[in-house]
Design a binder for this molecule. Structure first.
Ligand code: ZN
Length: 148
């Protein structure tokens, strides 16, 4: 597999037209993560109500993989319960670690297109950055407790 093969249309589309772009005014959790290896930055803010991630906003800059991944993750997890989101976050990790995961299209949506990143160790951090930001946001939201 060549590096160019990574850049499927769906990845380029998310990179050029990122979903859930922006920042929330009053987030229940907000996290900024950077990937110094590549210079990627992800700023993620979420709104949580009754155990559901009802708002997701993502801002940042960096390589196409990191920004497309952020867009895919945001779109996938918006509207999901925290429990469901955690399952998908861990599935995405499994995929990048090279584990066999059944039905990845159904479970990961457009993010399934990032499966090929597993073949490029140097880019895995780019792909996982936004998902780590979501994990950190969920931990933060749970510490604060469910919002009324
Ligand atoms: Zn990157």
């Amino acid at each position: 597999m060549e590096l160019d093969d990574l850049y499927q249309d769906v990845i380029l589309d998310h990179f050029r037209n990122p979903r859930c772009r922006g920042c929330l005014d009053k987030p229940d959790a907000a996290v900024r993560l950077v990937n110094p290896l590549c210079g990627d930055e992800i700023k993620l803010s979420i709104g949580v109500k009754d155990g559901v991630i009802h708002e997701v906003a993502c801002d940042g800059h960096g390589c196409a993989i990191s920004q497309a991944s952020a867009s895919m993750m945001s779109e996938l997890l918006k509207g999901k319960t925290i429990k469901d989101a955690r399952e998908r976050l861990s599935l995405f990790r499994d995929v990048l670690e090279g584990k066999e995961v059944a039905d990845i299209d159904a479970k990961l949506g457009d993010a399934a297109a990032l499966e090929g990143v597993r073949n490029f160790a140097a880019r895995i951090k780019c792909a996982i950055l936004a998902w780590e930001a979501m994990e950190a946001c969920l931990a933060q939201a749970e510490k604060v407790g469910p919002s009324a």
